[in-house]
Write a new protein. Sequence first.
Length: 85
Amino acid sequence: MCSAFVAELWGVHEGLLYAWRLDFTAVELNIDSIAVVNAIKNGRSSSSIGNSLVKQIWRLLELDWEIKIVHAYRESNKCVDALLT
């Protein structure tokens, strides 16, 4: 079992990995969890699993492409939420 925080980090990691494999050169990440945005931008998390994922995300961010990380309020992210339910 994992927390919503860790699940969001996994989603970011897997999404970036998928975009890289599809040869995207620019990606805008819209994340509705400010805690996840802050963990990624600060390069650390309060949990060991979170730290491991943040490090893996940073490795992906350092590749040769343009990544923009944006906090998207949950209300503006209804389309994604609808797809997940």
